[in-house]
Write a protein that binds this ligand. Structure first.
Ligand SMILES: [Zn+2]
Length: 84
């Protein structure tokens, strides 16, 4: 199910468009390929490569979108609590 929509952007890279999957954080999307190459990510449905989880494990400085737009809605405290 791919529904190209304006407004969806991968939060891990600046590339627009492509196959985006929702993450476990509302309003944040990632490319299937970007998620695939991040060891922090897992797919709830690996066969279909859908429903990525693990976004909170990624260091905040990896987020291109967060760096550019602080309105994404990921509370800094949540991100900090995931750091060891
Ligand atoms: Zn991407």
């Amino acid at each position: 199910m791919e529904t190209p929509e304006v407004g969806k952007e991968c939060c891990l890279c600046p590339v627009k468009g492509g196959a985006l999957e929702p993450t476990d954080i509302d309003a944040l999307w990632v490319h299937v390929t970007c998620a695939w190459f991040r060891p922090e990510f897992a797919f709830l449905d690996p066969e279909k490569m859908e429903s990525t989880v693990g976004l909170l494990k990624i260091p905040p400085n990896s987020f291109t979108k967060i760096a550019a737009d602080e309105d994404v809605g990921v509370p800094a405290t949540v991100l900090a609590s995931c750091e060891e």
